[in-house]
Design a binder for this molecule. Structure first.
Ligand code: G6P
Length: 367
């Protein structure tokens, strides 16, 4: 069947808008029939049989792995190593037969990720993959291939595949936490309840599109944009920067907020917008002081936060986007939406080819 834009100007816009529906599909695929557990759609898995997970991917899928590292370590106390496939495959990585190796890929055909999988296959206890295309090479060569239910993604810049990868990885991390005795039944039910609300909250966030479009118009003339985040929002800062550079061709970098003073602060002046992705959490006051460091140098802060965060940030913030409240556990999934919309509307304002950005391919099947 031919995939249409369904009234949207670009596939990317359609795919951003589809996220509440595909995230609900993904949740249904992983929620156990009893409503109290996670059931993997493609077979069982025992996380007590491994002592480490190695995650390998490219591009946006690599960023999904970086978020998942926080989840697996916090929820399941499982050490996680994350690497870019093109590095992993050649650096002669040490991998034990007690490790699970997990490959994340939308297409399931990325050459470097497939080569990394083949390297690990001879050494790891199990080869897992999180893929969008079930009949792909990566899925076929895995011991267990986990679907993400995103449906066909056409836009070169990955959007709904990213959030669905995150949902599948969150479900896996919950399962691992439960099996390894770090999440009890009540906590599992509470987390599943929060996951069940996510598609609706993502839908609410789409209503911020007009506000984000106005900020995008202000960002469009910039030469450089910096994205900052802490904890699991650090990978999101990298995703925001990746999306922006891919489709608007503005130079953008994602940094850990606490690393600001070790380099990127040298770039800050009134020409450099700094996008801070920070739902309120226990480290929010540290993020506020990072923002103050930026503002003291004339930097223009775009703060993406919730209502409490906007109040706590005080004066001096250039632009604020107020997101719906969300449990910090799921914030990385929700905050992907404003990152995507900001990149999308900046690209539209600049008139670039959103769905087919120059020099990029949807799937990189050659090295
Ligand atoms: C290309 C695409 C990205 C994607 C990356 C990894 O660079 O443009 O959107 O994240 O490949 O692709 P995969 O299919 O392995 O997720």
């Amino acid at each position: 069947t031919r995939i249409e834009k369904a009234g949207h100007k670009h596939f990317m816009a359609k795919e951003i808008a589809e996220q509440p529906v595909v995230l609900a599909d993904a949740f249904k695929a992983y929620r156990g029939a009893d409503g109290k557990s996670i059931t993997l759609p493609s077979g069982e898995l025992d996380f007590t049989a491994c002592d480490r997970i190695t995650m390998v991917a490219c591009g946006t899928a690599f960023i999904a792995c970086q978020v998942a590292k926080y989840w697996f370590e916090q929820l399941a106390q499982l050490p996680v190593e994350v690497d870019i496939a093109s590095e992993y495959r050649y650096r002669k990585p040490v991998i034990s037969d007690k490790s699970y190796a997990l490959f994340v890929s939308q297409s399931g055909e990325t050459a470097d990720t497939l080569a990394a999988l083949r390297y690990a296959k001879e050494r790891a206890a199990k080869i897992l993959s999180v893929v969008n295309v079930p009949e792909s090479s990566i899925a076929r060569e895995s011991d267990l291939a986990l679907p993400i239910m995103a449906g066909v993604e056409v836009g070169v810049a990955s959007t709904k595949a990213f959030t669905c990868q995150l949902l599948a990885l969150a479900a896996l991390a919950l399962k691992a936490g439960h099996q390894r005795g770090h999440l009890d039944d009540a906590e599992m039910v509470a987390r599943l309840q929060k996951l069940s609300l996510l598609p609706g909250i993502v839908n609410q966030s789409l209503a911020l599109e007009g506000a984000i479009e106005r900020v995008a118009q202000l960002i469009a003339p910039a030469q450089d944009v910096l994205f900052l985040g802490r904890g699991p929002m650090y990978p999101l800062a990298m995703e925001g920067a990746l999306k922006l550079k891919e489709i608007s061709y503005i130079h953008a970098e994602g940094y850990a907020s606490g690393e600001l003073k070790h380099g990127p602060i040298a770039l800050i002046d009134k020409e450099v917008p700094v996008v801070v992705m920070a739902p309120t959490d226990e480290l929010f006051d540290k993020t506020v002081s990072n923002m103050q460091e930026v503002m003291a140098r004339g930097g223009k802060v775009v703060l993406i936060t919730d209502a409490a965060g906007a109040a706590e940030a005080g004066d001096g913030v250039w632009q604020t986007i107020i997101m719906p409240d969300i449990d910090p556990f799921l914030a990385p999934i929700l905050y992907a939406v404003p990152a995507q919309l900001l990149a999308y509307h900046t690209a539209v304002a600049k008139g670039t080819d959103v769905d087919q950005p120059r020099n990029l391919a949807k799937s990189v099947t050659v090295e």
